[in-house]
Design a protein around this ligand. Sequence first.
Ligand code: SF4
Ligand code: FES
Length: 277
Amino acid sequence: MSPRRARPVAPVEAIQSVEAIQSVEAIQSVEAEIAPPAKPAIHFQISRRRQGDPKRHFDDFDLEVEPGATVLDALLQIRRRHDPSLVVRHSCMHASCGTCGVRVNGREVLACDTRIAGLPVEKPLRVEPLANQRPVADLATDMVDFYARFDAAGMPFVRASETRAGATPPENIKAFGRFENCIECGLCLSACPIARTSHDFIGPAALAAAARVVEEPRGRDLGPVLALAAEPDSVWRCHDALECTAVCPSAVDPARALLTLRRRVAANGARRFLARR
Ligand code: SF4
Ligand code: FES
């Protein structure tokens, strides 16, 4: 049997084929114009440490992230698509609960409130757990110590009803409002250079809480709070690096609170000294 020969293309069909090719090319070029730009791959280096590991290491991941993605989005993407064993802590995803604190390239941030577009992505993004807190696993730290310091400062987490209906708020309510903003995220403790060298330093958030209690005691005995603030590892241990205020995501301004508390502790000390004479 002789091999099948290609049927000669009639001139009209040939013209139609050329038109078909041209229209496919036109469609492809329109598609290329309207297609979203390729997402850049971001290189992440994630601190990893399982419980019991003697030391941590870094795992590398290259991710394409959506425009507007946050660091928390990227971490959850890594967990979903690459490594389900990655330990990341979060809850509200809108900068309210304070549970997603991490360090990105050495700076303390809330992962849920930090857009990747605002970070220097030309270099790897290095994500680590908060410092000055006991690591639990990967990016999670143990906050128990941190909360205990808050308790010691006499700041109750659940407060009595703030203002009765129809009541006129005091004129200086704004000064108090700043301290109420604390979301207990621990970023300030992580950034504090004194906490790095002394585990016993009570820390900026707890001192801001103590300052809040001193400014508005609501009938509480201030003796224990002022005594705590006067201890060697308390207000006088701070060297005014102001890192706490720089990283605070909630405008608490712990450095300013600490200065206020210092004045109260000094005044209290002077009063007690004069009373003994
Ligand atoms: S003072 Fe600011 S940084 Fe510190 S725990 Fe409170 S909200 Fe977080
Ligand atoms: S998840 Fe709640 S503050 Fe980030």
